[in-house]
Design a protein around this ligand. Structure first.
Ligand SMILES: Nc1ncnc2c1ncn2[C@@H]1O[C@H](COP(=O)(O)OP(=O)(O)OP(=O)(O)O)[C@@H](O)[C@H]1O
Ligand SMILES: [Mg+2]
Length: 353
């Protein structure tokens, strides 16, 4: 489309130059005829007069041509189309300014302003997708805040009763405590995500032992895997890395915690850390519930949980993996996942050496 437009423009320029030259020659001829009658003035003045005559002829012809063109059927149609184009573009821009992004300006590829129309259409599409992401985000956050708050207020109301047994009271207090922790984790993760997504994230880079860090993450999560009688099979090479220790620590905690959460009792989690010539690789494999092919594509999206009700009882907000992905990307690494439903899941993190 652009190529044909370029040729069209070159053709118009050539025609304009040729017409201009013809008018200058015509001006010259007419001036010569005039000088026959009046006598020839000085050389410079005669050149000037013939040039001015040529230019005036050119302007006159151009004006006449455009006047005739605008009166022809084609010219009227052309003007009408241009008016329609500007009207619809203006209307589209007004709609966008009112927050309505559902617009589409009809594009006529021969129109010199078609690129403007394409840009307005593209802008509307992008704004619309940003708007729906914003709405999803708000509804997800509200939902994640609303559910624990409902539990907290419900159980707090129950606690007012005098006829509760000690066991019941302890259970209610425990629920309130868990749900409060969930709320606090949600706000913490949201703050972290928004900080990591801002343009310039200051990474606190330093050298540290990655194998020791992953061992530490396993230890922190010991109560959870011991409770489910899960076996942890760890195979680590001694590896030092230059990275942000705090951020990378969160990656291992979330991946191992997920493996523990989504593996039934007596399961097995294998964690392997090794390196090759240019990469450090960490694999975390579980033999848990696995993730279906349809869900795998959404797994790194914010707030995504495979089974909302089951995952709720496990206490997550669905932000862990999006945080992991962001952190790994900030370290110029990659995180991928392989999984089979009911067989298990493997997360593979690769980091540059
Ligand atoms: N190892 C795994 N096995 C099976 N499903 C998993 C595994 N890891 C993650 N998932 C699925 O992916 C979802 C998203 O995981 P993510 O870590 O982002 O959130 P979460 O663990 O639910 O909550 P959060 O990490 O914010 O506390 C989980 O809810 C779960 O459904
Ligand atoms: Mg998680």
């Amino acid at each position: 489309m652009n190529k044909s437009r370029n040729w069209h423009m070159i053709f118009n320029v050539i025609i304009a130059i040729l017409s201009f030259l013809s008018c200058i020659i015509l001006g010259h001829v007419l001036a010569a005829l005039l000088f026959e009658l009046t006598g020839k003035p000085a050389e410079l003045v005669s050149y000037l007069i013939s040039a001015i005559m040529g230019f005036l002829i050119f302007v006159g012809i151009a004006k006449l041509a455009s006047e005739i063109f605008s009166r022809t059927k084609y010219g009227r149609k052309h003007n009408l189309m241009r008016h329609q184009f500007f009207d619809s573009t203006l209307e589209a821009l007004n709609k966008i300014s009112r927050g309505d992004f559902n617009i589409s300006i009809t594009i006529n590829e021969h129109d010199p302003f078609s690129e403007l129309a394409e840009s307005v259409n593209k802008m509307a599409r992008e704004l619309s997708s940003m708007e729906s992401q914003r709405q999803d985000f708000i509804s997800n956050v509200s939902h994640e805040i609303q559910s624990p708050l409902t539990s907290i207020s419900g159980f707090a109301a129950l606690l007012k009763s005098d006829s509760l047994t000690k066991q019941q009271r302890e259970h209610y207090i425990e629920v309130i405590e868990t749900e409060s922790k969930r709320l606090s984790k949600l706000s913490d993760n949201l703050l972290k995500l928004s900080a990591l997504e801002s343009e310039n994230v200051p990474l606190l880079l330093r050298d540290f032992r990655l194998d020791k860090q992953i061992e530490h993450a396993i230890l922190i999560l010991e109560p959870q895997w011991i409770e489910k009688n899960i076996d942890i099979d760890a195979e680590f090479e001694k590896i030092s890395i230059h990275g942000d220790e705090d951020l990378l620590g969160q990656v291992w905690i979330n991946l191992i915690h997920n493996a523990v959460k989504f593996t039934p009792e007596n399961g097995l989690i294998k964690i392997k850390l090794y390196k090759n010539d240019c990469q450090i690789i960490c694999q975390i494999t579980d033999n848990g519930v696995g993730i279906s092919k349809e869900d795998q594509i959404h797994i790194f999206e914010r707030f995504f949980k495979v089974d909302k009700s089951r995952d709720r009882s496990l206490g997550g907000n669905g932000l862990g993996l999006s945080l992991c992905k962001k952190i790994i990307e900030l370290h110029n690494g990659q995180i991928i996942m392989e999984s089979e439903l009911s067989k298990g899941t493997k997360f593979i993190v690769t980091l540059p050496k």
